[in-house]
Design a protein around this ligand. Structure first.
Ligand code: BGC
Length: 428
């Protein structure tokens, strides 16, 4: 009988050591260049009209809305980072379809609740979906990701529509990667960085970085001496080889074929990939008959359960279906051996992705002024199956420092960075 590793490799999921890092970095960079020129590319490379030179006014308070993956948060943000009057609710459209009016009503209600306590005129809105940015910081939704079901919003200027329902006002909408970059920039003390990358790995994934205006060929009329944050929408990268398991999982998502890279590394998808692997492995006879039968009855697998099981951890107060399915020790061992490579691949691809953006900044030549990577997101910080952050750093040390003499630093996490950064965008 073949080994589980051979079975995975045969189906396109190789050992993480065999991933061709250098060629993927080169492909990422070439897709970025094409996107900046306005040529066909899987990377949208959205100019955000947000720079990194602004100074946050002391004592200001901003009303903030944060439409993330599955959560919609709101509150009042001040700097140094503090959030008052927080509220957290499910993101409209995350649990089933919503119509246009119900969608905006949720945001309008929260805006009305928090606005009276704000001193900044603009509402800060962190909108974590692919959207074209306008010069006045509105956002036109290109498509939903993360399974949100609110079709009527696609193509709309979300800020304009929300303000219409509020009877006026001003708004600054930024992507969560842009917000994370701004939050970390505003809270660094006494450090010298040559450039910045904002990175999210949670339900979804994406990178933003600082680019010279001269490189943004698809936009005319920019100050050539300036720099601007680019929202790459890097989850859309479509040049990383997918396995049969990725393809089978993708076919069952709400928007098959979109965001293939995101679907290989982020929180909404690792569990579902694991389930595809287990089901295919059961057919090949890798599990006992009893486990295979129990597995056949499992309709879905959440990343949290897949991760905890692979890590051999129990989460208090949460029953993990995999503990029952693989109750036999030999089955459990096999399931872990089949699951681990999913996390190892995600960490290597995360590092490849980050390395490409650090290189794209064109900075980091000296260790005295590294490129700052501001990371946020539950998958990055809470994965337990492997030491995720440590693996990414080890990979980056090799890909960037050792091989290219490019210096980087993953900066300390800023709590609630997306909300804080949206507050900053409103204050600037
Ligand atoms: C969205 C991005 C977002 C990322 C991280 C992706 O699904 O398209 O806009 O930055 O998730 O939240």
């Amino acid at each position: 009988m073949k080994t589980p590793e051979a079975f995975l490799a045969e189906n396109g999921l190789p050992d993480a050591r065999d991933i061709d890092r250098a060629s993927l970095i080169a492909t990422f960079l070439s897709e970025m260049e094409k996107g900046l020129k306005g040529e066909p590319s899987s990377l949208m490379m959205i100019p955000t009209f947000v720079g990194v030179g602004g100074k946050v006014p002391a004592g200001a308070k901003a009303a903030v809305l944060d439409a993330g993956g599955t959560n919609f948060r709101s509150g009042i943000v001040s700097i140094p980072p503090e959030i008052e009057d927080r509220k957290n609710q499910p993101m409209p459209g995350a649990k089933g379809p919503v119509d246009v009016e119900a969608f905006y009503a949720a945001f309008a209600d929260e805006a009305k609740r928090v606005l009276p306590k704000a001193t900044a005129k603009k509402i800060g809105f962190c909108f974590s979906y692919p959207a074209e940015a306008t010069r006045d910081l509105d956002a036109k939704l290109v498509r939903w990701t993360k399974g949100i079901q609110a079709d009527g919003i696609v193509g709309q200027f979300v800020g304009k529509e929300l303000l219409k329902r509020l009877g006026g006002g001003e708004i600054a909408i930024v992507n969560d990667t842009v917000a994370t970059l701004l939050a970390a920039k505003a809270t660094e003390c006494g450090k010298t960085y040559s450039s910045y990358v904002g990175f999210i790995l949670g339900t979804g994934t994406n990178c933003a970085y600082v680019e010279h205006n001269t490189a943004i060929e698809k936009l005319e009329g920019l100050d050539p001496s300036g720099k601007m944050i680019i929202n790459a929408e890097s989850g859309g990268f479509d040049k990383a080889p997918r396995s049969r398991f990725d393809e089978a999982m993708d076919a069952k998502t709400i928007l098959p074929g979109t965001n293939p890279f995101e679907k290989m590394i982020s929180g909404a998808y690792l569990g579902p990939i694991g389930l595809e692997i287990y089901k295919a492995a059961a057919k090949e006879g890798f599990f006992s008959k009893a486990a295979a039968e129990r597995l056949a009855g499992l309709p879905a697998l959440e990343t949290m359960d897949f991760d905890n099981f692979t890590a051999g951890c129990k989460k208090e107060g949460r029953a993990n279906p995999l503990d029952d399915i693989f109750s036999d020790a030999a089955d459990a061992k096999m399931a872990r051996r089949l699951g681990l490579p999913v996390f190892e691949r995600a960490a290597v691809l995360t590092a490849v992705h980050l390395a490409a953006f650090v290189i794209k900044t064109g900075e980091g030549a000296s260790s005295a002024a590294p490129v700052a990577i501001n990371a946020d997101g539950s998958t990055y910080y809470k994965t337990r199956a492997i030491p995720f952050d440590e693996t990414v750093r080890r990979e980056l040390d090799d890909m960037l420092v050792k091989r290219r003499n490019v210096h980087y630093e993953i900066t300390p996490q800023v709590d609630d960075a997306p909300m804080v950064g949206a507050g900053i965008a409103a204050m600037l």
